[in-house]
Design a protein around this ligand. Sequence first.
Ligand code: ZN
Length: 338
Amino acid sequence: MPLCPMRQMLDEARKAGYGVGAYNVNNMEQIQAIAQAARETASPVIIQASKGALEYTNLVYLKHLMAAAVEENADLPICLHLDHGPNLELCKEAIGIGFTSVMIDGSIDYDKKTPEGKHPARSFEDNLRATKEVADYAHARGVSVEGELGTLGGIEEETHADKVLLTDPAQVEEFVRRTGVDALALAIGTSHGAYKFKHEPVLAMDLISQCRERAPECAFVMHGSSSVPKELVDEVNKYGGRMPNAMGVPIASIQEAIRRGIQKINVDTDGRMAVTAAIRKVFIEKPGEFDPRKYLGPAREALTKLIASKMRDFGTAGHAGDYKRKTLDEMKKFYGKK
Ligand SMILES: [Zn+2]
């Protein structure tokens, strides 16, 4: 699969001052919607799969669905990324099936015994060791690496630490230098899921600027960046859903974060909601409908629209043709020289 290395994609975004959305996938319709939105808006795009997605799709299906998206859109820069890799083992597996980027979430200890939501935060040194191990393995193969400093809150599958710790800017320079990561997820007060805030969203924007000064060439990542737009919540609830008081990160805040130095913006919840709202609508309006194409089709269309609007909002639109995609061999040489 001629995929684009994430390092190159985010370097280009940093230089030009825009953000690239990273959208989670589990099935064909989602992959098609993301690729279609990228095509319509001429955007580079990161398609990402979590550990849960790899389990759901049985890996090999995801690999071939992705290959189809790449084959159909050979001229678009597309990166395939592992979201919240818990350990070296899964990162190796993802790289083995062709991912051009992996995240190693060394910030919390994903031991198998701890119930979800209770995973303890790791020490700085333990995080650093786990991250460097993955970076060394990945870079030897030309693959990009994202790490995480601080912990995110939230209800998303297995990304749930026992407490939220904001990133300490004083640790960023050392972490980036010693691990060699290409991208770093900053904990600035966002969380996963549809219920990010009880009142007004409060994000530590200054923290992004402080980190940017300390690691000028590292890409920064904002997790839990769904906006949970009111129209979408209303749509879900109108057709029999129950999502009271859902709240996300306003687009204006994401745009400010991009201005201050964020390049990768992770979006999952909004896509899930767009799909759910579209399917609910069909089920309520046409209770006699039983052809999956008649509800998965509208879901795919709704998701395409949502993602295309994000590509415009994040400033990604129009940048697909800015650069020539680097090969993993070229990236290997790049890391070898560093
Ligand atoms: Zn995340």
